[in-house]
Design a protein around this ligand. Structure first.
Ligand code: CP
Length: 306
């Protein structure tokens, strides 16, 4: 079994094959997913989540898996049990895979030698590979090709794991990545070109607005919500200058009226709820891939096989 910790560990061929499978599942209209099987999967969430947690659970149930749900605030984690011991417990119960969201960057490095797949549902400000997969799937459905697209990622670039996973994989897939946001939240490690918010919005085929990650900030935001919205948010006025056919995306949860105008959430350009729907298909394909793929020990990203 393989792990899905960061898309950097997968070749573009593997990423495309997961996306092809997710699209195939999408087109199957729920046919044939009801048969139960004995694959046991555990969802271990140590941080709050709505979309990722419930779309993984939906994906597992559609695949017919048996599902164990764990919440850190009602488990023996409260009595001091480590993540390693919790994952070994799930392995002892017969789980074939664990889906983990944890506040610690790279938490999975402490989980070596465990005989199950780990699917990373978010590690601190590290990676969020399945969010990136569902974002790629949404972009492919909209534009057919990823190569050559211009995608703007705007907002809290330093503390967002979505920004990191998206920017890295979009860059590998041949997209032009534009980055924009407050100077104190810029991240020089992300691949992409920094531009003003207005340039990003005007040039992009897709604009990904990021949630402000207040929970990871060392200092309180210096701006008011209103100031942020005016300087860095997607306002109705700014959307008038978006390219024809361009779309708005957001990983959620949205701070309405801060990252984007309330009215834009369900506007014609918005793909917010489509992204959430695609999360189930992407996670079904990711679970199938992880459980059925030979385990690999990857230190460096594998060579590109474009
Ligand atoms: N996009 C995302 O990770 O949302 P949740 O925190 O609700 O899972």
């Amino acid at each position: 079994m393989a792990n899905l910790l960061s898309l950097n560990d997968l070749s573009t061929t593997e990423i495309n094959s997961i996306l092809d499978r997710a699209q195939q599942i999408h087109e199957m209209n729920d046919e044939g997913w009801a048969a139960p099987n004995h694959t046991l999967v555990a969802n271990l969430f140590y941080e709050p989540s709505t979309r990722t947690r419930f779309s993984f659970e939906t994906a597992e149930k559609r695949l017919g898996y048996q599902v164990l749900n764990f919440s850190s605030n009602t488990s023996s984690a409260l009595k001091g049990e480590t993540l390693y011991d919790t994952v070994r417990t799930m392995e002892s119960l017969g789980a074939k895979a664990v889906v983990i969201r944890h506040q610690e960057l790279g938490y999975y490095k402490a989980l070596g030698n465990i005989d199950l797949s780990i699917l990373n549902a978010g590690d601190g400000a590290g990676d969020h590979p399945t969010q990136a997969l569902l974002d790629l799937l949404t972009l492919r459905q909209e534009f057919m090709m990823l190569r050559g697209l211009t995608v703007a990622i705007i907002g809290d670039l330093r503390y967002s794991r979505v920004a990191k996973s998206d920017a890295e994989v979009l860059n590998r897939m041949g997209c032009r990545v534009l980055l924009s946001g407050p100077a104190e939240w810029q991240n020089e490690l992300l691949p992409g070109t920094y531009v003003t918010v207005d340039e990003a919005i005007e040039e992009a085929d897709a604009v990904i607005m990021l949630r402000i990650q207040h929970e990871r900030h060392e200092q309180a935001m210096k701006m008011t919500r209103e100031d942020y919205h005016e300087r860095y948010g997607l306002t109705m006025e700014r959307t008038l200058r978006m390219k024809q056919g361009s779309i708005i995306m957001h990983p959620g949860p949205i701070n309405r009226g801060v990252e984007l105008d309330d009215e834009l959430v369900e506007s014609e350009r918005s793909r917010y709820f489509k992204q959430i729907k695609n999360g189930v298909f992407a996670r079904m394909a990711a679970l199938e891939w992880a459980i059925s793929t030979e385990a690999k020990v990857l230190v460096e990203p594998v060579a590109e096989k474009m």
